[in-house]
Design a protein around this ligand. Structure first.
Ligand SMILES: [Zn+2]
Length: 374
């Protein structure tokens, strides 16, 4: 009677209650999954054998017990769920990483440990404080998956192989290099031939050069310039070269005549008896004018020159005016061409009123006559 009621109840449930016959699969006395048919379990085992790395995977699965049960429709597991249940409940199956170097398999280790060991190897040759980019020069592949525990050798068994992986380290270096300036020559007829002066100092430019230095296992193998950028343009040096002819046919004065017209005559030319200037006789008190603009570097009694003025015109060019009766400028004054600087006299070593006029180019006293059109 009881059996009949039970059978009736089961069929009633099957018909009306959304329940069905199924099988509990147990490992070590613990139900790991419920399946609708034993074949679902066996198919899952085949899949486990395929996805888990290792020989004879099925032999490591724990013994199971199968028990027929009445169960609700929605509690049976599909094949994927059963696969997961088998893997999760088999201690002999573990998640691990297998290392491949240049296509060759090198054993397995726990994934985090392998990742850390590879990262340490990749950055082993980085230079502290430098801009480094490192990568493996060998082909390194990490294959993650399920493995039979016996297949997992552990990280210490792999460390020797990892230490042999070639590492390429690229260090990017940036440096500033000086760019030389060009020298440009400018000719001017405003200055006498022989006149050479730097009218603008050259300034070197800079270029920023970026270089990739390539190391294999810490040994430099190559250097590649990746960019060069001018960060400051060089400034050309300008040299002024005088072209005005100062003697012979076609010569022209490059200096203003230092005395007013019509009041003077040459009393002693340049070179006569070693004469280093030209003597221009003129009445006492005749104004003496600056032959060109410049700075007064001397205004006073000077050697045998008596009252004397020297004007520096820059670039190593200067003029001297001697034997003045009185001076109209002081040392340090700026004067312009034609400005009255002194009055004709006969001070110093002199026998009569005259202007003794000299032209200096650098340290040399040159013939002043062509400079003033004589
Ligand atoms: Zn003289």
């Amino acid at each position: 009677m009881f059996a009949a009621v039970s059978v009736f109840a089961i069929f009633a449930c099957l018909l009306f209650g959304g329940v069905r016959l199924g099988y509990n699969i147990s490992m070590d006395g613990k139900v790991i999954t419920t399946v609708s048919s034993k074949n679902v379990y066996y198919s899952a085992c085949e899949i486990v054998a395929q996805i888990v790395e290792g020989d004879d995977v099925l032999s490591v699965l724990p013994e199971i017990e199968i028990e027929a049960v009445v169960t609700a429709d929605d509690t049976v597991n599909n094949c994927d769920e059963v696969v997961n249940a088998i893997i999760d409940n088999t201690d002999e199956i573990v998640w691990a990483s297998r290392l491949h170097i240049n296509g060759e398999a090198y054993g397995c280790a726990e994934p985090e440990a392998l990742e850390a060991a590879l990262e340490a190897r990749r950055t082993a040759f980085d230079i502290p404080g430098a801009v480094c980019k490192s990568e493996f020069a060998d082909e390194v592949l990490v294959e993650e998956g399920y493995f039979i525990k016996d297949e997992v050798d552990g990280i210490s068994a792999l460390s020797e192989s990892i230490a042999l992986i070639k590492v390429k380290t690229v260090v990017t270096e940036s440096r500033l290099q000086s760019v030389p300036y060009q020298t440009v020559t400018q000719k001017t007829s405003e200055k006498p031939a022989g006149y050479v002066s730097v009218s603008r100092q050259g300034v070197c430019g800079t270029v920023e050069i970026k270089t990739d230095i390539i190391y294999i296992n810490g040994e430099e193998t190559d250097r590649i310039t990746t960019s060069s950028k001018v960060t400051a343009e060089p400034v050309n040096e300008i040299i002024t070269v005088g072209t005005a002819r100062t003697s012979g046919a076609g010569a022209r004065a490059v200096l203003k005549f230092p005395l007013p017209a019509g009041v003077w005559e040459i009393s002693c030319p340049f070179g006569k008896g070693g004469h280093k200037g030209v003597d221009l006789r003129a009445p006492h008190g005749t104004p003496i004018m600056a032959a060109a603009g410049g700075t007064v570097t001397l205004a006073g009694v000077y050697r045998n020159y008596g009252n004397c003025v020297i004007i520096d015109h820059g670039n190593g060019f200067s003029t001297l005016y001697a034997h003045a009766s009185s001076l109209c400028v002081r040392q340090g004054d700026k004067v312009s061409a034609g400005e009255v600087i002194a009055l004709v006299g006969s001070t110093g070593y002199s026998t009569g009123n005259h202007l003794h006029f000299e032209v200096y180019v650098g340290e040399n006293r040159v013939n002043p006559q062509p400079y003033i059109g004589l």
